[in-house]
Design a protein around this ligand. Structure first.
Ligand SMILES: [Zn+2]
Length: 225
């Protein structure tokens, strides 16, 4: 505290310092400071008498090593380390509004697939599209062919590599770039109708390390936290 007090004096005095043009000697830099302006009373840490230092114990808890990340090889990005995470959220704020489910269907347009390998959410044009979990963006393109503006995120769910793919988003709405780490619920883009699409919707595909698409809606229904 003495040091702090000295600093306060030193920094409060220069206003009184003598300058070369000053004909009168007013004050020395080290002039004593009036007693009532600065208190230099030392501070003491008061410890209640009943306070007692308890001995540190190390056997009260177990230290768990963080699970190792999944390292996947991604074209254009190289090795990507995907850290495990168990928080799962819906990709849109109103997931109850859906159109096509996963599986066989009548092709909704000429050239559209008769087997729907994703789930279509209808939250409305311009609605935010969010990552379903923490992960790494491995694809973020405005030229995804039939998928239009498309983002793919790799996740490590319980030690398993899961990829989610978000298609048909609006041009200019990409909020992430390849290689970027994202967290659950982070905005990736906005619902649109780019690529092979008959109207604004989010086409969500999900697949494991084998690339085989599975029903993302059923999976999310049982995994959303
Ligand atoms: Zn679809």
């Amino acid at each position: 505290m003495t040091f702090v007090g000295s600093m306060m004096i030193a920094t409060s005095v220069p206003a009184l310092a003598v300058t070369a043009s000053d004909p009168e000697h007013r004050a020395s830099v080290y002039a004593p400071v009036a007693d009532d302006s600065i208190s230099l009373r030392p501070q003491a840490l008061e410890v209640a008498s009943e306070a007692e230092l308890r001995p540190l114990t190390t056997d009260g808890y177990a230290v768990e090593a963080a699970p190792p990340p999944i390292v996947s090889q991604v074209a254009g990005l190289g090795s990507v380390a995907v850290i495990e995470s168990d928080l799962i959220v819906w990709p849109v704020s109103n997931p109850e509004k859906r159109a096509s489910g996963f599986g066989p269907r009548e092709a909704p347009c000429s050239g559209c697939s008769t087997y729907h390998d994703g789930v279509d959410f209808n939250p409305g044009n311009g609605a935010p599209v969010m990552s379903i979990a923490d992960g790494v963006v491995v694809l973020a393109t405005e030229n995804g062919g039939g998928l239009g503006v498309n983002v793919e995120v790799q996740h490590n769910i319980g030690g398993e590599l899961i990829t989610s793919s978000y298609a048909h988003m609006q041009y200019g709405s990409l909020a992430v770039s390849e290689g970027q780490r994202v967290s659950a619920g982070q905005q990736l883009g906005l619902v649109g109708s780019t690529g092979q699409s008959t109207g604004s919707h989010l086409h969500l595909e999900m697949f494991g390390a084998d690339g085989v698409r599975f029903d993302g809606f059923a999976w999310l229904s049982t995994h959303v936290s």
